[in-house]
Design a protein around this ligand. Structure first.
Ligand code: GDP
Length: 485
C-alpha cells in the first residue's frame, strides 16, 4: 500500500475516476447530468458549461468534501487500450440498466469488458420513477450473466436511481466513495510515482493545434514539462480543467485538456514522462505463410463495422445478413482502440473503403483480431455469409506479389498504372492493396494487364507492365501494390 495515498481513515486522497457503461437509451447521459447538478460548485456558481469530455464533481461525504471524476467517453474506449500496460482509465464503473428494459445486448458487452478488465462496478438500475417496473425481475437477469448482486448474496452492489427525480443520486455518489475507500488497498496511486495518464479524447483544433484530454492515474503533469503520448511529444503549453480553468499542474484522479502535443494522440494512448520506444512495423512477408487459423468460437462472432462515409455504413448495415451481431459501427478509419475492443469481445472488424495504419494492422496481427477491408459491398457480404455458414476466414492473408508504381498514364476513360514487379507476380483478377509508405490507401482488383500494347494474364518479377485497377484508387508514383488472396 502506498501510504502517501491514504490518510488515517483509509480514505483515498485522490478522486476516483468513474466510467459509465450500458445499453443505449438506458439513461447514461441523463444520469451524468443529474450527478453534475449535485456538484457543490455547480450549485454555488450556477450552470457551469463543461469544457471537456470529463467532469469533476465535489460532494459532502461523511462530513468531508470529496471529489469524483466522471469520464464521458463511450465505455469501450475508456476500457480498450489499458490492457497493454495494465493501466485503466477508470477505477470503478457504473453499469447502467434501465428498469423498464432490463439486460440488453450492450449491457452484456459491458459486462464482458468489466469482467475482463477486472474493474469493480456498481449496477445502477435507472428510471426507478417509471410505473410498473419490476426490480426483482431485472436483478434476476444478472444471474444469467453470472453476476450475483449483493441483495442476492453476491458481491456486486446495486442501487435503484431516477435521474428524473434525483432519487438515490446522492446515495449513488456515496456508494462510489465507499467502494473506493473499501478497496483502498488496490488503489495505490500516487503523485510521487512516474507519470501514467490515459488519453480519453483528442482532436485537432485548427487554431490551437492538437488537444488531448487525459486522465492522470499516477504522477503529475506541469506546464512547460515534456511528456509523451506514445511516440508523440508534447511540451505542455496549457492545462485546462472541465470548468475551463487554466491550471499549472495536475495530479492523480484529474481529467484535463493538454495543449502542446506535436500531433494528435490517439484515444487510449498512455501518456508518460519519457519516450517509450515501440517496435516498428515489419514488412508484410512475401512468402506464403503457414496459415494460423483465427479462433472463431462455435457461437456466432460479433462484428465491428467501420466505413468511409455514413452513406456506405447505412448501405452496409442494410445489406448485411439480419442475424449478424454488430457490436459497434462507425465512420472513419480503424484505430488501435477498435482492435483492442474487438479483442476484448472476440469480434471481427470489417472495414469498407477505409485506411488502416501500419501499427493498427500490426496490432491486429499480434492480438489475432481478424480485420478485413473491402472496396466492394458484395465481397464483404459474401465473406460474412461464408463466415456465418461456419467457414473460417484465414487470419493471415497470402501475398502473391509486390510491385512498384513507376508511371501514370491515361487509358480510355481511366488511368493506367505503369508498374514493375519486384517480387512474385501480379495477375489479372488479383486483389491488390495500394500502399504509400506504410499507409494503406485502398483495396482494388486488377482488371487488365498489358506488356506494351499486348494484353497478358500475368507478369512476374523483373517485368514491367501497364495495369488497370478497378475501382481506380488515388495512386501516385512510388506507391506499392501488394497482390494478395
Ligand atoms: P443514454 O443513451 O444511455 O445516454 O440515455 P439517455 O440519458 O439519453 O436517456 C434515454 C431516455 O431515457 C431519455 O428520453 C431520457 O429522458 C430518459 N431517461 C433517462 N433517465 C431517466 C429516468 O431516470 N427516468 C425516466 N423516466 N426517464 C429517464
Amino acid at each position: 500500500m502506498d501510504a502517501k495515498n491514504k490518510n488515517s481513515s483509509n480514505e483515498n486522497l485522490y478522486p476516483p475516476v468513474i466510467a459509465v457503461l450500458g445499453h443505449v437509451d438506458h439513461g447514461k447521459t441523463t444520469l451524468l447530468d443529474s450527478i453534475r447538478k449535485t456538484n457543490i460548485a455547480q450549485r454555488e456558481h450556477g450552470g457551469i458549461t463543461q469544457k471537456i469530455g470529463a467532469s469533476e464533481i465535489e460532494i459532502k461525504h461523511e462530513g468531508k468534501s470529496r471529489k469524483i471524476t466522471f469520464i464521458d467517453t463511450p465505455g469501450h474506449e475508456a476500457f480498450s487500450k489499458m490492457r497493454g500496460r495494465g493501466v485503466k482509465a477508470a477505477d470503478i464503473a457504473l453499469l447502467i440498466v434501465a428498469l423498464n428494459d432490463g439486460v440488453k445486448p450492450q449491457t452484456k458487452e459491458s459486462i464482458e469488458l468489466l469482467k475482463k478488465s477486472k474493474t469493480p462496478f456498481i449496477v445502477v438500475l435507472t428510471k426507478s420513477d417509471l410505473p410498473d417496473v419490476n426490480v426483482e425481475k431485472v436483478k434476476q437477469q444478472f444471474l444469467k450473466e453470472e453476476i450475483t448482486l449483493e441483495s442476492y448474496g453476491g458481491d456486486v452492489p446495486s442501487i435503484e436511481v431516477s435521474a428524473k427525480s434525483n432519487h438515490n443520486v446522492k446515495e449513488l455518489l456515496d456508494l462510489i466513495l465507499l467502494i473506493y475507500d473499501v478497496n483502498s488497498e488496490k488503489f495505490t496511486f500516487s503523485e510521487k510515482k512516474e507519470l501514467e495518464a490515459i488519453v480519453i479524447e483528442s482532436k485537432l483544433d485548427l487554431r490551437a493545434g492538437p488537444k488531448a484530454t487525459v486522465v492522470i492515474k499516477n504522477g503529475t503533469i506541469r506546464v512547460r514539462e515534456e511528456i509523451w503520448a506514445g511516440k508523440i511529444k508534447a511540451k505542455v503549453r496549457s492545462i485546462v480543467n472541465d470548468k475551463g480553468i487554466q491550471l499549472k499542474e495536475v495530479t492523480v484522479g484529474q481529467a484535463v485538456e493538454i495543449l502542446g502535443f506535436e500531433e494528435t494522440p490517439e484515444v487510449g494512448e498512455i501518456v508518460t514522462a519519457k519516450f517509450e520506444e515501440k517496435k516498428e512495423l515489419v514488412e508484410i512477408p512475401l512468402e506464403i505463410q503457414e496459415q494460423e487459423p483465427h479462433e472463431i468460437q462455435d457461437e456466432m462472432p460479433t462484428f465491428i463495422i467501420c466505413a468511409d462515409t455514413y452513406g456506405s455504413l447505412e448501405a452496409l448495415i442494410e445489406s448485411l445478413p439480419k442475424e449478424l451481431k454488430i457490436a459497434s459501427s462507425k465512420t472513419g478509419d480503424i484505430e488501435s482502440s477498435d482492435v483492442l475492443y474487438a479483442k476484448s469481445i472476440g469480434a471481427v472488424i470489417l472495414g469498407f473503403n477505409i485506411k488502416i495504419k501500419p501499427d493498427v494492422l500490426k496490432l491486429a496481427e499480434t492480438e489475432k483480431v481478424l480485420l478485413r477491408n473491402y472496396s466492394l459491398i458484395y465481397e464483404m457480404i459474401q465473406e460474412v455469409e461464408d463466415l456465418l455458414e461456419g467457414k473460417r476466414l484465414a487470419m493471415l492473408e497470402q501475398v502473391y506479389g509486390r510491385a512498384k508504381v513507376l508511371a501514370s498514364f491515361p487509358f480510355e476513360k481511366t488511368k493506367a498504372l505503369g508498374i514493375t514487379v519486384l517480387e512474385g507476380r501480379i495477375a489479372k483478377g488479383d486483389h491488390v492493396r495500394l500502399m504509400r509508405g506504410e499507409e494503406i490507401i485502398g483495396e482494388s482488383h486488377v482488371n487488365s494487364v498489358r506488356i506494351g500494347k499486348d494484353p497478358t494474364s500475368k507478369i512476374e518479377k523483373g517485368e514491367e507492365a501497364g495495369i488497370i485497377i478497378s475501382p481506380l484508387l488515388d495512386f501516385t508514383i512510388g506507391d506499392m501494390l501488394i497482390c494478395h488472396n
